[in-house]
Design a protein around this ligand. Structure first.
Ligand code: FHN
Length: 409
């Protein structure tokens, strides 16, 4: 199965990096009205000519692909997905289809995607590309979805959109295939206009373009979130949406560490590490992945709160790795936590999210051995006709989110 690596990986890094990383959610000295810093052009109605001037300032002295990939690997992530082109239309690679790209429009000139791909390869990370196929604010016919006239959003004529599609979107996807990506992450959400522009024919066109260039590249369902083609490989949820049940296909949730994907200098709503670990456990217990976002600064540095959280998640995952990677969802329900199961189904991993006393009753189950995964400390077992009762060692509750590995018999 070509999706197996994805399902086994469970944890990936999303990176939003582009011209918007420079103003970082602040325009003319004010915090913008929209939480996503990468939307600043729309939120502040910045004229295109003005926005393009950011390209002349784009020279991220701290951009270091190897370090970015190392941060991801140390956090225990198994893949990295970067915004090759976000809604502003700016390409992070030397695109032939549009000169609004890093090589031609900025003093930086380096091929950010090429460097990141190589760095990921060295770290053993899979490499994915985000591409905004529906919205493109460069002014070449992509949908705008924010300019208002007489109280109505202004959208391009279909003939303009067709030109954008033929002259920018499809050629750029062709260019991206040269990077041999492991996945392409398209982006729509439940805006009825995306249905008008991204029809099922257009979805199939993109999908066959990708398939004709690659046997391995996975495609996500946000190619058309409302009615994705049967031919997509995995489901992407809404941002920061952690569902209550799994899916028939591999799936993931992409989420932010604060409230913005792009770097936002005035967003201090950082979630604590335990919340992020709980999100990972939640999705893993239902068979899903977590693609956690980092928005590097305009200078190309990872914000300190992001680095701290990545390190802390990495430390937790390092100690509890078997309970997340290559696991399968478990429908085993127990009080105060969430379970995953090993691929062979013989071991249950009980993530204890709430302390509910020192014993844990596992209905209809007989346990052979139970240990605290991080420390190896044994939990005493009493098997009864109704199930197994574990006595959790007191020390386990000092581990943050303790995991009990139970060999079932
Ligand atoms: O508008 C984008 C947003 O900027 C960001 O890229 C997210 C990532 O999932 N997708 C869209 C909103 O859902």
């Amino acid at each position: 199965m070509k999706t197996e690596w994805f399902t086994d990986a469970r944890f990936g890094m999303f990176i939003h990096f582009g011209l918007y990383s420079i103003p970082a959610g602040v325009w003319q000295g004010r915090k913008t009205g929209f939480p996503y810093a990468e939307w600043i052009q729309a939120a502040e109605k910045i004229p295109r000519k003005e926005y393009r001037k950011l390209a002349a300032q784009f020279d991220p002295a701290n951009f270091n692909a190897e370090q970015w990939a190392e941060y991801a690997a140390n956090a225990g992530m198994k893949y990295l997905v970067v915004t090759s082109k976000h809604h502003d239309g700016f390409a992070l690679w030397p695109s032939k289809a549009s000169n609004f790209n890093v090589a031609e429009a900025t003093p930086f000139k380096r091929d950010i995607l090429g460097e990141l791909k190589e760095a990921c390869r060295k770290q053993g990370l899979r490499f994915g590309l985000y591409y905004s196929h529906w919205l493109d604010w460069e002014g070449t016919g992509g949908d705008i979805s924010f300019r208002m006239e007489n109280g109505e959003y202004v959208h391009p004529e279909m003939s303009e959109f067709e030109k954008y599609w033929e002259n920018k979107c499809l050629p750029q996807i062709g260019e991206l295939m040269v990077y041999d990506p492991d996945l392409i992450w398209f982006d729509t959400w439940d805006d009825p206009y995306s249905l008008k522009y991204i029809t099922s024919e257009k979805q199939e066109q993109l999908i066959s373009l990708i398939r004709s260039n690659s046997d391995k590249c996975l495609i996500n369902s946000r190619i058309q979130l409302t009615s994705p083609s049967e031919n997509v490989d995995f489901i992407s949820n809404h941002d920061n949406a952690f569902p209550d049940s799994g899916e028939g296909k591999p799936w993931e949730t992409s989420g932010t560490m604060n409230d913005s994907f792009g770097y936002h200098a005035l967003d201090f709503e950082w979630k604590n590490t335990e919340t992020l670990i709980r999100n990972l456990i939640h999705n893993a217990s239902l068979g899903g992945n977590y693609q956690l976002n980092v928005g590097p600064t305009g200078a190309g540095a990872f914000p300190r709160p992001a680095v701290k959280r990545l390190n802390e998640i990495g430390a937790w995952l390092g100690a509890n790795r078997e309970s997340i990677y290559t696991t399968r969802p478990s429908n085993f329900v127990f009080d105060g936590g969430k379970a995953t199961a090993s691929k062979d189904g013989k071991t249950l991993f009980l993530h204890m999210l709430e302390r509910k006393g020192n014993t844990l009753f596992l209905p209809n189950l007989s346990a052979k051995r139970a240990v605290v995964l991080e420390t190896g400390q044994e939990a005493a077992i009493e098997n009864t006709v109704k199930g197994a009762r574990l006595t959790i060692p007191e020390q386990a509750f000092r581990l943050g989110v303790p995991v009990i590995a139970v060999e079932t018999g």
